[in-house]
Design a binder for this molecule. Sequence first.
Ligand SMILES: Cc1cc2nc3c(=O)[nH]c(=O)nc-3n(C[C@H](O)[C@H](O)[C@H](O)COP(=O)(O)O)c2cc1C
Length: 139
Amino acid sequence: MLIRTIYVSRASSPLPLELKEILAVSRKNNPLRGVSGAMCFLDSVYLQFLEGDAAIVDALYQKIEKDSRHSEVKMLVHEPIAQREYPKWSMALLTWNDEMKAIFSRFNPNSACDLYMADPATVAALLREWAGTNNWMTV
Ligand SMILES: Cc1cc2nc3c(=O)[nH]c(=O)nc-3n(C[C@H](O)[C@H](O)[C@H](O)COP(=O)(O)O)c2cc1C
């Protein structure tokens, strides 16, 4: 069964170096496990989308949850999906600009671009709308 999981968390360090390391290991491991997804990072908050086989995504999530590079891991979405949305993304990274922030604010009018406060009910649609732009680093 295919699922998607979306969570937010708070980075332990604001250093972009950790994000680079996380992306590098994700891009190495995820294709081997049939996991695809997307990462957003703003003001020391991670928002990550993972999709793949349920058992594999759940095992990865449990590992990620214990990673000391972040804390306060809060799951927003965990649900079956009929097909992958981002099959080509081993772990794409959102590039921020005013348009991306405006899209977030439209979905989350009261949260002043705080990724941690993303609405679980609309976060998958938010990612879909972001994904429709070209503001992604895929390698
Ligand atoms: C915010 C965040 C997101 C992560 N995403 C992934 C991911 O998508 N895939 C992955 O393999 N590891 C990811 N990791 C890293 C894992 O926690 C772990 O360090 C990595 O999988 C290496 O595990 P290993 O030492 O057992 O090989 C992430 C870590 C953090 C903090």
